[in-house]
Design a protein around this ligand. Sequence first.
Ligand code: SF4
Length: 364
Amino acid sequence: MATDATGTGPDFAQRLLAWFDQHGRHDLPWQREHSPYRVWLSEIMLQQTRVETVIPYFERFVEAFPDIPSLARAPLDEVLHLWTGLGYYARARNLHRAAQLVTERHGGELPADPAALQALPGIGRSTAGAILAMAWQRRAPILDGNVKRVLARHGAIAGWPGQTAVANRLWARAEQLTPTARVADYTQAIMDLGATLCTRARPPCSQCPVAADCQARSADQVSAYPGRKPSAVTPVRRSLWLILRNREGEVLLERRPPQGIWGGLWSFPECPPDTPPTAVENLCADLGCEIRTTRPGAAGRHVFTHFKLDYQTREIDVHPTLRIAEGGRLRWVDPAAPGALGLPAPVHKLLVSLAASPARTQIA
Ligand code: SF4
């Protein structure tokens, strides 16, 4: 097989494409009925998330919102509800906002232009590259997490890709390798190679189409690439969640502010874990609830990228003293049927267990 001196010429793409034709993924839902919107949606959902997890979410999402204008018109709650369980909710908020901007600025059609794409919330250089290549066959490099791993190993590019100098070298390599022909297939192929073969741990290099000139492999240093992030202790935040239940067994949920963790999602009212009982009582009064009985509830930990959240819950049977305004930031929900709301995973889990244990006031 002809190989150029650096292993970065057209031969790299040819070998990868030949592998893709035989072993790549060709029947993913976003590869059927190809459209810029479906490519965009799949790219956003696939960030930090595995293909197998994304498929059912993608199918439900396009059924509810078949095009950009229908997504732009939808209430944010409905969008977040369909995202519940997929995590990284900023992706859903950005997608929704971007759909509205595409409708305002581009008549509801994604623009086939790198700068206009990157001006939309949630679309960085790599996502824009993937959309341009896969939706319009434009030659544009991509550099998602899987591709970074392949390129760092193949070219023995040392250092953590989060550092600008390392990222610049990887981008230059990606640019150099991207072919002009079959660019959509090449883009899918290099993502597939990273996801299915050049995996994080113990990749089966003997089956790899670019093994012949992979520098990490020939130096027997595969696990050294890409370089790891300099370690830092992950901080732990703590919170007390108040599970307020009325006589009917409904639970009070509060919409979180649009910015910050789980922005726009519905959660339990919260306070610092060391909040004294009188202050909890005052907080409940502010929420229009008079405390009847209270007891400690479940506790758990949720791990975010940059910190861990330890939550303790307090189950409080209450007597509501105020009527809650429709469409406001508070809502009583039946834990067994909370409705079409965006819920963080631990809140969803707690509601399921509450549904299985009827409110004590109901029994009393
Ligand atoms: S030879 Fe191994 S390490 Fe190198 S690109 Fe292929 S799978 Fe990755």
